[in-house]
Design a protein around this ligand. Structure first.
Ligand code: GLV
Ligand code: MN
Ligand code: MN
Ligand code: MN
Length: 418
């Protein structure tokens, strides 16, 4: 009997690296920004143009393309039998200062797997689907991973459509405006299995010189928006002891979460990524500050501890500065373990191709963590040079881009029955 690795090579299944690199470069031109990166915030005109381009490629490759009510796009390649597809995919929205690989790579490598099957004239036993999910980034509309949350039935469609973005627009309004409020129902059909290929976005693989990350879990994520209200007053005349300074309170939160992460140690991380002052003038004590805190940990108990410590700090600030503080959870996800049989499969195929591997958790959030709730799921990582991401300098070397796509081809080929 032949192993599946042998079957894949007997079938002459091969990715075409140039075709994959060309698609990555072409998608990166949509919403291109200085330095080689992309600004395609979810449901903007740039996102629409990126969606149109990828949907066109899906149709050229012969996929049956459906768009669901939250704008997720699924392209299906028929198998010899009907039934649920083996699915791969990721997202094509970006942060405002995004690189060209985050999300896009996984979607376009999925299309390259389809192209390789087409080239070889292979029909798999089970259907194969390539998906891209709406608003994975969460930079414009929270929560992140919105499309996959709705796809898997964890977030209600109505609730998602009503979400207001940082610019005041709603998800529902913007979906309709860009023409991606589709007819396919949500929650979507449960796949047989889900595999997401992604750049690591961190330094581990690059530093170690390891080619493939076998992702065993995704760390927990806690996003909170903090709205602080104080009193505006004259910067020159108001004695320090009489201030209700929302700006100072915000600054103290920034300092606090850094110290908190250092104190908790391990892999606790903490970030204030967005802040606004009102009225934001040189000689006025701010009467309002709005900021976000992103806390992450692979250990749920430690993440809860970090949240509790932050809440206690806010209480102390209320007392000390007599400010009002309201909080709103923007996103909260517990750590997610992936299916051991899926991680073992990825590892086996990577090694069979002579690639070095390491098992690791994901520091970033991914659509795969939502799919993991409904079907066997795992992720493949490739190295990010210097661990840079959510930055136009995000870069993955071409041979790593190709290696990841080859592993994806082998894993999907086996799962779908090539
Ligand atoms: C979003 O997906 C993130 O990891 O920040
Ligand atoms: Mn991503
Ligand atoms: Mn991202
Ligand atoms: Mn992400």
């Amino acid at each position: 009997a032949h192993s599946q690795e042998h079957l894949v090579s007997l079938l002459n299944l091969q990715i075409d690296p140039d075709r994959l690199h060309r698609r990555i470069a072409a998608l990166a031109e949509v919403g291109a920004i200085e330095g080689g990166g992309c600004a395609r915030l979810a449901l903007t005109d740039a996102d629409r143009a990126g969606r149109d381009l990828v949907c066109g490629w899906m149709r050229e490759l012969g996929l049956a393309v459906t768009v669901d009510a939250i704008g997720n796009v699924v392209g299906v390649r028929a198998g010899r039998v009907d039934g649920p597809p083996v699915m791969t995919g990721s997202h094509i929205d970006t942060v405002r200062t995004g690189g060209r690989y985050d999300g896009n790579y996984g979607v376009l490598a999925g299309l390259e797997v389809v192209a390789a099957l087409n080239d070889a004239g292979v029909t798999t036993e089970h259907p194969l689907a390539v998906a891209f999910f709406t608003n994975e980034e969460g930079a414009r509309f929270a929560p992140d991973m919105m499309g996959s949350l709705v796809y898997t039935g964890v977030l209600a469609l109505d609730e998602a459509l009503a979400v207001q973005g940082i610019d005041g627009a709603t998800v529902g309004g913007e979906l309709a405006r860009i023409g991606y409020a589709g007819p396919a129902p949500v929650p979507g059909a449960v796949p047989r299995a889900f595999v997401e290929l992604h750049v690591e976005q961190g330094p581990v693989l690059d530093r170690e010189g390891t080619e493939i990350g076998v992702v065993e879990s995704v760390q927990g994520i806690s996003w909170t928006e903090i709205d602080i209200r104080g009193t505006s007053n004259h910067a020159g005349t108001t004695p320090m002891s009489l201030r209700r300074d929302a700006g100072w309170a915000a600054g103290s939160i920034i300092a606090f979460v850094r110290e908190l992460a250092q104190e908790l140690g391990g892999d606790q991380v903490a970030t204030v990524g967005r802040i606004e002052f009102f009225p934001n003038l040189v000689n006025v004590v701010p009467n309002r500050a709005v900021l976000t805190v992103d806390l992450r940990n692979t250990d749920e108990a430690r993440l809860r501890l970090a949240e509790a410590r932050l809440a206690a700090h806010l209480d102390a600030l209320r007392d000390a500065e007599k400010v009002d503080i309201a909080t709103r959870k923007l996103a909260r996800f517990a750590p997610v373990p992936f299916a051991p049989e899926m991680t073992a499969r990825i590892e086996r195929h990577a090694r069979a191709q002579g690639l070095s591997t390491r098992r690791m958790p994901s520091g970033a959030g991914h659509d795969a963590q939502m799919l993991a709730a409904v079907c066997p799921t795992a992720m493949i990582f490739v190295p990010s040079v210097d661990g840079i991401s959510h930055n136009v300098r995000e870069y993955t070397r071409p041979h790593h881009i190709e290696a990841g796509a080859r592993v994806l081809l082998a894993v999907l080929g086996e799962l779908a029955g090539a």
